[in-house]
Write a new protein. Structure first.
Length: 167
């Protein structure tokens, strides 16, 4: 079980910033142990340029990132998810598709940096803060002893990451 490759889906409403950033972070932090995906309930069809700027600045590959509907991952031929994390409050309130395989789910809400108004510096700070919050949570997640946790403990631990890692 220690060599298992885990599939993780990050969900947001628009799939343009937070879920995309989480996907890119997990691709790097969990390389070899996790495959990351992202999607939205109402994808806007493009990745936010400020999210791409942060990811590019931090040397994350971005050419493969795109905004897509979460129904893509509810199909029988889709990869079977082990974990699904909502990263926006709106997506957490929506009725999700039925996910094949009963993945472990948790809400890791992060404020939407795309809603920040103000100067270029203020907007950049919001996207940088979003990245930092997601990186902290994903780092905690990838360091969990997944193979040795029973399902209930695992659910509790991933839920705690969303609740207790606001900084």
């Amino acid at each position: 079980m220690a060599d298992k490759l885990y599939h993780v889906l990050f969900l947001c409403t628009g799939n343009s910033a937070r879920s995309i950033m989480a996907q890119a972070i997990l691709e790097r932090e969990g390389k070899g142990r996790f495959t990351a995906f992202s999607a939205g309930s109402r994808p806007i069809g493009q990745v936010n340029p400020d999210a791409l700027r942060v990811l590019t600045m931090l040397d994350h590959p971005t050419e493969h990132l795109h905004s897509k509907n979460w129904l893509e991952y509810a199909q029988p031929e889709a990869p079977r998810m082990d974990f699904i994390f909502t990263v926006c409050d709106q997506a957490a309130k929506e009725t999700c598709p039925v996910w094949i395989g009963q993945p472990v789910t948790a809400h890791w809400g992060v404020p939407d940096p795309a809603l920040v108004t103000g100067s270029i510096a203020e907007k950049a700070a919001a996207f940088n803060e979003t990245y930092r919050l997601l990186l902290n949570r994903i780092t905690l997640f990838v360091n969990l002893p997944l193979a040795s946790l029973d399902r209930r403990s695992l659910v509790n631990r991933v839920t705690e990451i969303g609740i207790n890692s606001k900084n």
